[in-house]
Write a protein that binds this ligand. Structure first.
Ligand SMILES: Nc1ncnc2c1ncn2[C@@H]1O[C@H](COP(=O)(O)OP(=O)(O)OP(=O)(O)O)[C@@H](O)[C@H]1O
Length: 236
């Protein structure tokens, strides 16, 4: 199992932002992480990537405990945070070189060329990040997430704010990455879930209310649409 989460909780003072959740994510599959605003998705993703310490619970990435082996587990994870923080004064390749160096990657020139091609950044590769549209910035965010060839990808709302053409391109890219890696992505777009996810977890008020395959979720709630299922499980 690439990601295994057991009884994970995060409390901010008295608020239980994440409340005893357990789930697994498997290689070669894309796990959609759904939930209303404020349900606990970003908090969970930040714990999965080691950016935020859990209040309680266990996370293992590729069979290694994230708290006991923070350095090795971080090497196995690529993370695209919500509102991708990028150094916008840097040029695309300069930024990727900076990220590659922090991972201690060898053969960086070829690696950067490969990753630029993979995410469809070739026409923009000589530009400053501040000059790029939202969709191309998102591609730079994806490039930095995959540059070290991680086994696990954590993508926090990777397609929010993209135009319909960019949406299609980025989804296709995520789908192709999902064939070889374990991908966890959060989204509010049900069409996106239908288009690319294999498995689904739904979180509401910090608790998991669904944890199954997309197929099983639809079968269990037949004939409801995914929007209707989401509503049914998350309206208190
Ligand atoms: N650093 C923090 N300090 C205090 N409360 C926090 C902190 N980070 C998150 N929260 C709270 O925890 C809850 C879960 O937030 P989180 O950002 O994980 O939700 P989300 O599911 O990602 O929401 P969205 O869909 O709006 O991005 C919210 O009530 C939020 O206000």
């Amino acid at each position: 199992m690439s990601i295994s989460v057991k009884n994970l909780s995060k409390h901010f003072d008295k608020q239980k932002a994440v409340d005893l959740i357990s789930f697994e994510a498997k290689p070669g599959r894309i796990l959609g992480f759904l939930g209303p605003n404020g349900a606990g998705k970003s908090t969970t993703m930040r714990m999965l990537t080691g950016f935020l310490a859990p209040t309680a619970g266990e996370i293992s990435i590729c069979n290694e405990n994230i708290l006991s082996n923070p350095v090795t587990t971080k090497q196995k994870i690529g993370y695209l945070p919500e509102n991708t923080p990028l150094y916008t004064d840097m040029y695309v390749k300069e930024f990727l070189e900076f990220v590659g160096e922090t991972y201690g990657l060898k053969n960086l020139v070829n690696t950067i060329n490969d990753v630029v091609k993979r995410v469809g950044l070739t026409p923009q590769q000589h530009k400053k990040i501040s000059m790029l549209s939202k969709g191309y910035r998102q591609r730079v965010g994806l490039a930095q997430a995959i540059i070290h060839n991680p086994q696990v990808l954590i993508l926090d709302e990777p397609t929010s704010g993209l135009d319909p053409n960019q949406l299609v391109d980025i989804r296709a890219l995520i789908k192709s990455l999902g064939k070889e890696k374990t991908v966890v992505l959060s989204t509010h777009i049900m069409q996106e879930v239908e288009a690319i996810c294999d498995d689904i977890i739904i979180i509401n008020n910090g608790k998991l209310v669904a944890n199954t395959s997309l197929e099983d979720l639809k079968e269990t709630h037949y004939p409801l649409s995914l929007e209707e299922i989401f509503k049914k499980l998350t309206l208190d």
